[in-house]
Design a binder for this molecule. Structure first.
Ligand code: SIN
Length: 183
C-alpha cells in the first residue's frame, strides 16, 4: 500500500535514543541534519537510564554557531506526538527546526531539546567522569551504558562522525575492560 503524506503528518528529528529506539509508529524515516546545534551527554535521566535519586546521563542539544548535528528524521502522524512527549518528558521541550535531508531536500520539523533551564540538566564534565557516571547508572529502560553504546553504533552505521559520542564510548569501553564489574 502506498503511504501518502497527510497534512497532519509532522517530521520529528531524533539525535539520541530516537535514532536507535524507534518504538513508535512512523510512516517514513530518513537521515537528516540540523544546523547550529551540537549533541552532548549533558542531560540527566531520571526516568529511563537512571532514577530521581541517581540520574543517568543522556544527550541533549547545545547551541553552537556553525555546528551540524546529524540524526534521523521520522514522518509521524500528529497523534504520535502525545506518546513521544511522554517518552521525552524529563526536561525535553519540542522546538521547531529547519531539517535538511541528506539527499538535499528540506522540511520543517520538531526536535526535543532539554535546555540548561530544566531541573534535570547536568552540564559538562570530563570524559572520564561522564564515562564513570554512565557505567554506574541504570534506570527503568536499562543500563545507561546501552544508551551510549547503541547511539555510537547507530551513528557509525549511518557514517556520522561524532567526536563527543565516540570519545565517550571509547572511554566507557576502556573503563569496562579495566574494571569488568557488572554494569
Ligand atoms: C532524541 O533522541 O532526539 C532525544 C533524546 C533522547 O530521547 O535520547
Amino acid at each position: 500500500m502506498h503511504d501518502v503524506a497527510n497534512e497532519n503528518d509532522v517530521w520529528v528529528f531524533g539525535y539520541g535514543s530516537l535514532i536507535w529506539k524507534a518504538d513508535f509508529p512512523y510512516h517514513e524515516r530518513r537521515p537528516a541534519y540540523i544546523h547550529g546545534w551540537t549533541r552532548r551527554f549533558w542531560q540527566g535521566s531520571h526516568d529511563h537510564r537512571g532514577t530521581p535519586e541517581s540520574p543517568g546521563r543522556v544527550v541533549t542539544l547545545i547551541r553552537e554557531p556553525g555546528a551540524v548535528c546529524h540524526g534521523m528524521a521520522y514522518r509521524i502522524s500528529a497523534e504520535t506526538l502525545g506518546p513521544l512527549d511522554v517518552r521525552e518528558k524529563n526536561g525535553y521541550l519540542r522546538e521547531v527546526t529547519p531539517l535538511h535531508f541528506t539527499d538535499g531536500e528540506q522540511a520543517e520539523g520538531l526536535v526535543y531539546i532539554a535546555t540548561d533551564a530544566n531541573p534535570a540538566f547536568l552540564g559538562a564534565a570530563s570524559y572520564d567522569a561522564m564515562a564513570r557516571h554512565i557505567a554506574d547508572s541504570h534506570g527503568p529502560s536499562g543500563p545507561n551504558s546501552d544508551y551510549l553504546l547503541n547511539l555510537a553504533d547507530a551513528l557509525r552505521a549511518m557514517g556520522v562522525e561524532d567526536v563527543h559520542v565516540f570519545t565517550l564510548a571509547e572511554t566507557l569501553e576502556a573503563r569496562i575492560a579495566d574494571d569488568p564489574r557488572p554494569v
